[in-house]
Write a protein that binds this ligand. Structure first.
Ligand code: AMP
Length: 173
């Protein structure tokens, strides 16, 4: 039962700034059975799909994206903040509450037609995942689906994401 995992998500009020209720996944990461269960459940929707790659966003996305790639026996592609990836990159800007930020991906990491699953820990306002979608689509990938550990439904991040792409959130708040 995915909802049993909720006992391992800790709420931290006013982090990283006032007014934010931070969903802390560190209790889940340190509980072996909860971590294993999470990776299996997040991978489950894709077990019969033909996929080539998992792509996810630094840094908490990597904690789920890499083990999912291992479990599904596919490759992994990192999406990172500017200045972190050593090779040639393409980038995408996205809006934050105040100002903008950018995400980058290696331009040779994905081939035209590759079937990619995107992964992150939390869907909040959707800006981060929308920028990730734009990046992998610019490289010509076909997005098979998106997996989140949790979705903050009240922020309506889904409405920012292409409605043709299946979204799988293990937990909803
Ligand atoms: P957003 O672009 O607003 O959908 O935010 C998504 C990113 O911010 C994810 O990569 C999360 O790791 C992080 N994030 C946003 N809100 C929260 C929250 N309340 N608790 C934990 N992480 C969050």
């Amino acid at each position: 039962m995915p909802s049993r995992l909720k006992q391992f998500i800790r709420d931290i009020p006013n982090f990283p700034k006032d007014g934010i209720l931070f969903k802390d996944i560190t209790p889940l990461l340190k509980e072996p059975s909860a971590l294993t269960h999470t990776i299996l459940m997040m991978s489950h929707p894709f077990k019969d799909e033909k996929i080539d790659m998992i792509a996810s966003v630094e840094s908490r996305g990597f904690l789920f994206g890499v083990p999912m790639a291992h479990h599904l026996n596919v490759g992994f592609v990192p999406i990172r903040k500017p200045g972190k990836l050593p090779g040639k990159t393409i980038e995408e800007s996205y809006d934050l509450e105040y100002g903008t930020d950018r995400l980058c991906i290696h331009e040779d990491s994905i081939k035209v037609g590759d079937r990619v699953v995107l992964v992150d820990d939390v869907l909040a306002t959707g800006g981060t995942m929308n920028a990730s979608i734009q990046l992998v689509q610019k490289l010509g990938a076909e997005i098979v689906g998106i997996a989140f550990l949790m979705e903050l439904v009240f922020l309506n991040g889904r409405s920012k994401l292409n409605s043709d792409i299946p979204i799988h959130s293990l937990l909803s708040y």
